[in-house]
Design a protein around this ligand. Structure first.
Ligand SMILES: [Cu+2]
Length: 201
């Protein structure tokens, strides 16, 4: 009697463990977490843009309304020096404004926002400023053959932000979180099953 209930209980546990492992793998592969969180759908300027003057603002548009909390903005020049910015969040748009005009050079804008489902989203937008009017550091530019402003359409379509970058940032943490949730849920289901079986017989 005792032996058989213990047996069925451990069987249930094994099944739950297998299910949890499968769920974990699925979530790690992004099978079921992808639908929930918001994605970056557009940026101004586009990724890798070469700007002819210091941008007044950057706009990152996401697929859902962003939370007002938990936002982290880091604008850095090529030397890794921080550049001061301000930002606002309105609906799906994050707008970042450099406090002062940006000198010529390469920059990266690293942002973390909190998606409408509560997940953090990390993004990195790289661009450079090449104002020919400004005094430059006398570096001959490879940008001349890139036709920066002549072909905005090609850039706009190519640039909707590298999806693999999004997965690297988001995939693992969310996968782990969902896997943990899955383990907890399945674990409690298994326990309830085991209990009902035991009391039922
Ligand atoms: Cu999410």
């Amino acid at each position: 009697m005792n032996f058989s209930t213990n047996l069925s209980r451990s069987k249930t546990r094994i099944v739950a463990l297998i299910a949890a492992a499968l769920l974990c793998m699925m979530t790690l592969l992004g099978v079921n977490s992808a639908s929930a969180h918001d994605e970056l759908v557009a940026t101004t300027p586009t990724q890798g843009a070469v700007l002819e003057s210091s941008p007044k603002e950057f706009v990152l548009t996401f697929s859902g309304a962003l939370k007002q909390i938990g936002t982290i903005i880091k604008l850095q020049d090529a030397n890794g020096e921080s550049v001061e910015t301000a930002f606002t969040i309105v609906g799906r748009d994050l707008t970042v404004t450099p406090v002062a005009a940006l000198p010529n050079g390469e920059y990266s804008l690293v942002t973390r926002v909190v998606s409408s489902d509560g997940h953090p989203i990390d993004k990195k937008l790289e661009f450079s400023v090449k104002n020919s009017q400004a005094v430059t550091s006398a570096e001959p530019t490879p940008a001349a053959n890139q036709a920066p402003s002549a072909e905005p359409t090609a850039q706009a379509t190519a640039a909707p932000v590298a999806p693999e970058e999004a997965k690297t940032f988001m995939g693992l943490p969310t996968g782990v979180i969902w896997a943990l949730v899955g383990v907890v849920v399945l674990g409690s289901v298994a326990m309830v099953l085991a209990k009902t079986r035991r009391t039922g017989k």
